[in-house]
Design a protein around this ligand. Structure first.
Ligand code: SF4
Length: 377
């Protein structure tokens, strides 16, 4: 197999890992030449087309949901660091991509696999003098020295938790140790983020949603802990879809809305100052599929609404359904000019004014005319 065919096969095999996509399978894109190129959300908030590729396919592990398990379904392919670095740089020079996301199935051992990945990134950085964005997956079982080297070389690293706890992980990924290899590694990375001499500025993680029969509450608790303990930048969620030829091929697929609700909670933690106790679950300890978690919180807190748009702080504005961080900042800015007495001002601030208006007072008044018009209460 020539290197171009290898690149195509290993880039397509990487599509199942979402940790550098912008949030969900709908954001994936197949490049003109059959390669998986992703619009990755960078730590600075910008997006960039990133080549996502595996160093090798055909894994020696046995995760029940994974197409690469037990050697995979096709021929096992392994890129040499020299070849992969060269193929990536061809794409950079052709301006097809601006960054690299490198992951791998385990071939040989976790240490040997991680060494190959590090060698690839070293060639990209030092031989080809590429100083752009690189996201490097940390293989479960990698050594601390390898993790430190990864943090010297990559802008972002990630450890896929896949499941929320030891018991759930054991059901779908035998051989992986939740506490030592995954959470322990995340804590180690979190402790080292910001250390002088390390290029890496952030870490992320990913969950396979629903594969282990877990409740959303378990996933969200572990996500919250990861923010608290490991300086997590963000979580990614991939709704489980059965793959033929795996032990879970007959299991029911998880609806995309469940993945979406988890992303909403992740946003509430990161951008809306919500905390774990603010998240409301149904009787089965799952998020509602029918309504978003912020609207549910508002419905359970009638004592907070309607709130005076002119007096409340940013944190309180962020609790209003329909208002995000940008709208909240615009309201604060507008208040420096004068008090907000008319709904028209809110209309100019956010396209979601219809959602937000019923939760607000405008200089002491509920806009009854508009309330009747909206018929939302
Ligand atoms: S470790 Fe598990 S999830 Fe990762 S490639 Fe191997 S079988 Fe798949």
């Amino acid at each position: 197999m020539n290197t171009r065919d290898k690149l195509q096969a290993l880039a397509q095999a990487a599509q199942f890992d979402l940790s550098c996509a912008c949030g969900g399978s709908q954001k994936r894109s197949l490049g003109d030449d059959g390669l998986w190129i992703y619009p990755a959300a960078l730590p600075n908030g910008q997006t960039m087309p990133v080549l996502k590729v595996l160093q090798s396919s055909g894994c020696e592990r046995n995760c029940t949901y994974c197409v690469e398990r037990n050697g995979g379904r096709g021929p096992r392919i392994c890129f040499s660091p020299d070849d992969l670095a060269r193929e990536f740089m061809k794409m950079v020079r052709a301006r097809l991509v601006g960054g690299l996301f490198l992951s791998s199935a385990i071939m040989g051992s976790p240490t040997a696999t991680m060494d190959r990945m590090l060698a690839t990134v070293e060639r990209v950085r030092f031989r080809h003098r590429f100083f752009g964005y690189i996201h490097l997956k940390i293989i479960p079982g990698a050594q601390e020295a390898q993790i430190e080297r990864a943090m010297e070389l990559a802008n972002r690293v990630s450890v896929n938790l896949e499941a929320p706890n030891e018991e759930r992980l054991a059901a779908i990924a035998p051989g992986k140790s939740f506490h030592d290899q995954l959470k322990g590694t995340m804590r180690f990375i979190g402790d080292n983020l910001g250390r002088e001499g390390l290029r890496c500025k952030s870490q992320t993680t990913q969950f396979v949603v629903g594969a282990a029969g877990e409740q959303d509450k378990e996933t969200i608790s572990t996500l919250w802990e990861s923010y608290e303990e490991a300086n997590l930048a963000r979580g990614y969620f991939s709704a489980f879809q059965p793959v033929s030829g795996t032990p879970l091929e007959g299991a029911a697929p998880i609806p995309a809305m469940r993945e979406h609700r988890l992303y909403q909670v992740d946003f509430l933690f990161r951008k809306y100052e919500f905390e774990i106790d603010d998240i409301i679950f149904d009787e089965e300890e799952n998020l509602s599929l029918a309504e978003d978690p912020k609207t549910i919180w508002a419905g359970r807190h009638p004592e907070v609404f309607p709130m005076e748009i002119n007096d409340v702080e940013r944190r309180e504005l962020l609790r209003v359904p329909g208002l995000g961080p940008i709208a909240a900042d615009r309201i604060l800015e507008r208040r420096r000019i004068s008090r907000i007495c008319e709904l028209d001002v809110l209309k100019r601030i956010t396209p979601r004014w219809r959602t937000a208006a019923p939760y607000m007072l405008f200089d002491g008044r509920l806009k009854e005319r508009n309330m009747a018009q909206l018929a939302l209460f």
